[in-house]
Design a protein. Structure first.
Length: 290
């Protein structure tokens, strides 16, 4: 069985992990640093981020790790973040996200789960594309979920103004993550590898008060796997030398088959075009569409 001990030597590579202040993102950053990667951790909450940074530095004292602020709910923050980066990126792990929150909007007016989980990462990846293509063999790993299979995208109601359900909005955002990852691979060809992952049921900050009732939250914290195990699909997709672009990695880690909706190329193309229009970010360096 593949474990974090099987991660190859990553010396000389630079990895960027979003949402690295806790949970799966923190575990991902820690193991990448342990194996020699230079790791850029991002966090919206700088105070929590600094605590996480010190945890990684303590666990990987020889590692090169830094923290940068990034708010995926604000496209201006994404632009400022990418403008400030001055080095090639070999690995981008699109991990950050929100889940099953009450309806709210981002700084740019998008429904928050769609705006943060999908549009924020779409804009970040597109803005970082020149840095990803500056080296060879770059990878983009996007954290989706098995919940994507229950997702639906109504392009006439992207703001979910005609009815908002927390879980439905979450499933939609995870479907968008998987559609994005697979379409990115189709467009990139051999220029980079794009993969998606399903961490499986993991005890992360999604278990915060207010998402579920207290008894359900307590039960789920006991029943769910630790973030260290939830991070294995991300780490496998990010580092395994034999994994192919377009693979959807789940617990095990092992390759999973996406839902039929996630494999709908027409849906993926439409989502991509809409995402370009909403964010103003275009992946100009990739193969042009016919």
């Amino acid at each position: 069985m593949w474990t974090a001990d099987d991660i190859p030597d990553l010396s000389g590579s630079t990895a960027l992990v979003t949402g690295a202040s806790s949970g799966i993102g923190l575990a991902t950053a820690l193991h990448l640093a342990r194996r020699g990667a230079e790791v850029i951790m991002t966090a919206r909450d700088r105070a929590r981020g600094r605590v996480a940074l010190e945890r990684v530095r303590a666990a990987a004292p020889e590692g090169r790790v830094e923290l940068r602020g990034l708010d995926l709910a604000d496209l201006a923050s994404v632009r400022a973040f990418t403008d400030d980066l001055d080095r090639p990126i070999d690995l981008l792990v699109n991990n950050a996200g929100v889940a099953m929150i009450p309806r709210r909007t981002t700084a740019d007016g998008f429904e928050a789960q769609f705006g943060v989980n999908h549009l924020g990462h779409f804009a970040l990846t597109g803005s970082l594309l020149p840095r990803l293509l500056a080296g060879q063999g770059a990878r983009v790993v996007t954290v989706s979920s098995g919940a994507h299979a229950m997702g639906r995208i109504d392009f006439d109601d992207l703001g979910l103004e005609n009815g908002y359900r927390r879980f439905g909005a979450y499933c939609r955002s995870k479907l968008a993550n998987l559609l994005f990852a697979l379409e990115l691979q189709r467009l990139a060809g051999g220029k980079l590898l794009s993969l998606a992952v399903h961490p499986g049921p993991t005890a992360t900050s999604i278990m915060r008060p207010g998402v579920f009732t207290r008894p359900v939250t307590s039960f789920m914290r006991l029943a769910l796997k630790a973030p260290e195990k939830g991070a294995l699909p991300s780490l496998y997709a990010a580092t395994h030398p034999g994994v192919a672009g377009g693979t959807y990695v789940g617990p095990g880690p092992r390759a999973l088959t996406p839902s039929p909706r996630a494999l709908d190329e027409d849906l993926a193309r439409r989502l991509w075009i809409v995402s370009e229009e909403l964010t103003g970010v275009r992946f100009a360096a990739l193969t042009s569409r016919p």
